[in-house]
Design a protein around this ligand. Structure first.
Ligand SMILES: [Zn+2]
Length: 496
């Protein structure tokens, strides 16, 4: 017998007081036995209902992680790639008594019809355009449609070949850099099954590689910027600031006339006004005078294998062998094996996004189709500004250069403010989840372990904030906003 609040109990179950009284009087009359159901009818659907709720309750225990790409537009939740519906169904049946066990089809139906959940797949070279065109070529009976698909496939192939030949090109008058984000790593990483039910902090790694795709990778030409979500978010400002820092600290030999920047445009953190603004400002105000031109080049969606991906593959191979990672410094040590590491909290992160709002025109008002463009060329004007040229194709050029600043504005007017590190509040629900996870894995005394000081500090930071604010920390603070990208819907679908 458990005492409960009468009003809450009745309201929550939406039943009348008399009903409870009736049940209780029958309970006492029968000498403490549960009364048996005397009415006939439909017991089956009630049993299904119980199973249904039980499955839903199970699925909702899982906590999704932030996705690598474009999460905010798709509102889809992602679970770790090691999981799938079949595995979850097995886990469910293992946890439940016989009367609540379900068939795989039953579980799958609830999973698919009630939730928008995906599994993060490790990035692969499989391109959805290639797959769908190949399917048409294989199965289409109509010769006209078949030929059309074959032509499209050929054009697609020519395009990505053209991209890769640009990436391969080596020239003494040019410096090529490529960059990308690695997929987020979990803090803490523990092998417990309960880690699936728990939110974790994310460790971020952004790599800039010097040299074409032919160049050898070594520690000197791999620059690894790292941080975690309790320090800065993972958005455009952070990425652009890292690239800016790199450019300011790199030497450009006398013969270099062009800086070629190649990056994946998919995440929206790269293909945006902020990146072009920064490159323009750097070229006009800071680049050595012998550097005349900056090229910004994006791959064909689905064919974006660039040098940083080779670095990430090596790192992930090492990380696979580590069952437990608790300290951010353990990830940093792995990065050190492959490159030069830079702590993002030690360099200025600038608010590039805000800096151009009043100075640069919206991309829809530019003199070329921004979203469709694959190559952007920047050159200096004579009047404190830069020309921007956008090209849709990889080989041919329309060659129309214009400034993209608003009336009476110049690129030299760009002066972004500093974004302070630690200015984001860790989400309370996440901190609670992580604390529980640490407790389960390391025991209740986890706070005294020196390796776990990182988590203890976050907890203390949050407690300090709670006292200052006399209230709860809003749940929504944090990363969502930074994933907003300048994508059309088409591009969002392409990303997926
Ligand atoms: Zn393809």
């Amino acid at each position: 017998m458990i005492p409960v609040c009468q009003k809450t109990f009745l309201d929550a179950l939406m039943i009348k007081k008399d009903r409870v009284k009736g049940v209780l009087s029958r309970f006492y009359k029968s000498g403490g036995n549960h009364p048996t159901e005397k009415r006939g009818g439909d017991h089956r659907s009630a049993r299904y209902e119980a199973k249904n709720l039980s499955v839903q309750w199970f699925i909702e225990k899982f906590k999704g992680q932030e996705s690598h790409y474009c999460r905010s537009k798709t509102q889809r939740l992602y679970l770790p790639s090691g999981l799938n519906i079949r595995k979850m169904w097995r886990m469910y049946n293992n946890e439940r008594e016989n009367d609540l066990k379900v068939k795989q089809g039953f579980f799958r139906k609830i999973f698919n019809s009630n939730y928008n959940i995906g599994f993060k797949s490790p990035r692969t070279d499989v391109c959805s355009t290639c797959i769908s065109l190949e399917e048409i070529i294989k199965n289409e009976n109509n010769p006209v449609k078949k030929l059309e698909a074959m032509t499209q496939k050929r054009i697609h192939r020519l395009k990505y070949k053209a991209f890769y030949s640009i990436l391969q090109k080596e020239d003494k008058s040019m410096k090529t850099i490529t960059f990308d984000c690695q997929k987020n790593q979990a803090l803490p990483k523990v092998p417990d099954q309960s880690a699936y039910y728990s939110r974790q902090f994310s460790f971020y790694h952004f790599a800039i590689v010097e040299g074409s795709s032919k160049a050898k990778l070594d520690k000197k030409n791999v620059h690894s910027y790292y941080w975690n979500e309790t320090i800065h978010s993972k958005g455009g400002n952070e990425i652009i600031s890292a690239v800016y820092h790199f450019l300011q600290n790199t030497t450009f030999d006398e013969e270099i006339k062009t800086l070629r920047v190649v990056c994946d445009g998919c995440s929206g953190q790269n293909k945006n006004t902020g990146m072009i603004t920064m490159l323009g400002k750097w070229l006009y105000s800071e680049a050595p005078r012998h550097v005349k031109k900056v090229e910004l080049i994006f791959p064909v969606v689905g064919h974006s294998f660039i040098p940083p991906d080779r670095v990430f593959a090596k790192i992930e191979k090492t990380l696979k062998k580590k069952e437990v990672v608790t300290c951010p410094s353990e990830y940093v040590n792995v990065l050190k094996e492959h490159g030069t590491v830079i702590d993002l909290s030690c360099i200025p992160v600038l608010n590039w996004k805000k800096s151009y709002e009043t100075i640069i025109k919206p991309t829809t008002a530019w003199h070329f189709p921004f979203m469709k463009s694959k190559r952007f060329f920047l050159t200096r004007t004579k009047t404190e500004n830069i020309f921007v040229q956008g090209e849709v194709a990889y080989k041919s050029e329309i060659n129309l250069k214009k400034v993209v600043t608003k009336k009476n504005k110049k690129i030299t007017m760009i002066s972004p403010e500093i974004v302070e590190p630690n200015s984001i509040t860790p989400k309370k629900s996440k901190v609670v989840d992580v604390t529980k996870l640490l407790q389960k894995h390391f025991g209740t005394d986890w706070r005294i372990l020196p390796d776990l000081e990182f988590y203890k500090n976050i907890e203390e930071r949050l407690q300090g904030l709670d006292l200052n604010r006399f209230g709860d920390v809003p749940e929504t603070l944090g990363d969502d906003e930074d994933h907003l990208c300048e994508h059309g819907f088409e591009d969002v679908f392409n990303c997926i």
